[in-house]
Design a protein around this ligand. Sequence first.
Ligand code: TMP
Length: 206
Amino acid sequence: MTVSGRFITFEGIDGAGKTTHLDALEQAWRQAGREVVRTREPGGTPLAERLRGLFLHEAMDPLTEALLVFAGRRDHLRTVIEPALARGAWVLCDRFTDATFAYQGGGRGFDLTVLRTLESWVQAGRQPDLTLLFDLPPEVAAERLGAARQPDRFEALDTAFFERVRAGYRARLQQDPARFELIDATGTPQQVAERVHQALTRRGLA
Ligand code: TMP
């Protein structure tokens, strides 16, 4: 029998609060005795983390952004995600390819056909089993981010950019609704955590 883990991704515009809920889920599942691999994109391997530094801080055109992020993704899939799924682990990934469609495709307006080609080359059919999409208006997200930290190249962009990113995420959801749970990310962290719990219960994953 082939063992197969679960691949769950967390998506949303900057400031949506997904990382808080990722932390909570990681902890709960570890306590339940599951092998959890917590990872992120851009990044997740030594090579991809180096590419992340360039991606977040150097000026470049959208095709270069897409090539860099898919290069890191290839390394991440081969050396971390696929081996973890093959041994039955639960992989929790903070952003994945939907972010490329939302940020480079939606936000930057880059050609979706090129992104789809890169996706099929790099992923060879691999998709997350479930994607939690944390959705909220960009103005609310911007308030949450506030002046808490030095913004990276993306966090520094305006709300019009994030409206396009948000629309890019929704377009991905519409293309593959069975893979997504849309989480209303407005309200308190406790309210959002309750919605996450309900979504996971619906999927038999709580
Ligand atoms: P993070 O702060 O959630 O780790 O994400 C880093 C930034 O990179 C975030 O603003 C979203 C952006 N990003 C892309 O533009 N394209 C991608 O494919 C990914 C994974 C992230």
